[in-house]
Design a protein around this ligand. Structure first.
Ligand code: AR6
Length: 337
């Protein structure tokens, strides 16, 4: 999974490079900077002394000494004032510059703390959004596994509005029985638009709609009865006019896993992986359920994870990173590999 959000101490991450939220002196400080310097040992500060500091929004690379990573990338985030002093552009630049350095060194994996979100006061939900947007943008063009490392859950915040919208959606739907969607659809199609018609006409129209739906469903079902998950995935990619790369990137799935699914007609993905593809393909809730069935899963109203997925699909929001932000906030598994 190319972008992962994990709860961890960044000094423990087994990656090629870890990013340090440093200050312009590059000579160490508190927070994550202090933790990295302590874990790396004296060699790190000695190398940092040779660098002549670093400007806000820029990044510099050193060895990682006693850390398991190969490199430390030091970047200096902006001090948050009121958001009107170019803070966002500077923070974006921190991610861009750090990722460019990691790429230049051939890193396959990089871990970021939430830069500027501690001592430098950047609001955590906004800092997280910048991180996700910038890493997401980079991953569209590059193959790398990038972690956002959240030290403690308190420092993780999605926007309040999104949080409360989801809570409300879960409240409204958690215990509600699963209604028969095709019947509801027919009710909608035959009800409002047919207000002036007689009851009998409405009934006929309802029955007609049901039988068309059933006939269509049946035909399609027979045709696709033997279709496996991977065949359905490839068919949908074609139907949507997407390339394979566009699809697996949008699904936050790495290329290796996608190739495996592509070449093994009977591949059975995990549920988060299957959903990740449904999201990448921007499938409706019906199509999503169909695709999940191929892999032996279903969406349930008694499962928080499923309701959150349904919430995003119902809003037409297919941004996998935003969905993962929300899933993380609600302690659920994330989408992707
Ligand atoms: N692993 C991962 N994340 C951590 C860790 C850790 N071990 N420790 C803290 N964080 P901050 P800034 C999180 O203050 O806001 C330093 O003194 C923390 O919860 O470390 O960019 C520098 O020298 C927060 O979400 O960095 C600068 O002077 C995030 O890391 C100044 O602070 C960033 O918090 C930089 O401030």
């Amino acid at each position: 999974m190319p972008l992962k959000i994990v709860r961890q101490d960044i000094t423990k991450m087994e990656v090629d490079a870890i990013v340090n939220a440093a200050n312009e002196s590059l000579l160490g400080g508190g927070g994550v900077d202090g933790a990295i310097h302590r874990a790396a040992g004296e060699g790190l500060v000695a190398e940092c002394r040779t660098l002549g500091g670093c400007k806000t929004g820029k990044a510099k690379l050193t060895g990682a000494y006693n850390l398991t990573a190969k490199y430390v990338i030091h970047t200096v985030g902006p001090i948050y004032n009121d958001g009107k002093h170019g803070e966002k552009a500077l923070l974006e630049s921190c991610y861009r510059e750090s990722l460019a350095l990691a790429k230049e060194k051939g890193c396959e994996s990089v871990a970021f703390p939430l830069i500027s979100s501690g001592a430098y006061g950047y609001p955590k939900d906004l800092a997280l959004k910048v991180a996700i947007d910038m890493i997401g943008e980079f991953l569209l063009e590059n193959e790398m596994t990038v972690y956002i490392v959240i030290f403690d859950k308190k420092s993780y915040k999605i926007s309040e509005k999104l949080f409360f919208d989801i809570v409300e959606y879960i409240d409204d739907n958690y215990v509600e029985a699963y209604t028969d969607r095709s019947i509801n659809r027919c009710r909608l199609n035959t009800g409002a638009s047919a207000r002036s018609r007689s009851l009998e006409e409405k009934f006929d129209s309802f029955i007609e709609c049901m039988s068309i739906a059933t006939e269509d469903d049946l035909k399609a079902k027979i045709e696709q009865l033997d279709e496996s998950f991977s065949q359905m995935l490839l068919r949908k990619i074609d139907e949507k006019g997407m390339t394979d790369t566009e699809c697996y990137k949008k699904a936050n799935i790495d290329r290796k896993l996608f190739s495996k699914i592509r070449s093994d007609v009977h591949y059975r993905p995990s549920k988060p992986t299957a959903i990740a593809f449904a999201i990448a393909l921007e499938l409706s809730i019906y199509e999503t359920e169909d695709m999940l069935r191929k892999a032996g899963y279903a969406l349930s109203r008694s499962n928080k994870f499923d309701i959150i997925i349904e919430y995003f699909i119902s809003k037409g929001n297919y941004n996998i990173y935003e969905i993962n932000e929300a899933l993380f906030a609600f302690d659920q598994s994330l989408l992707g590999a």
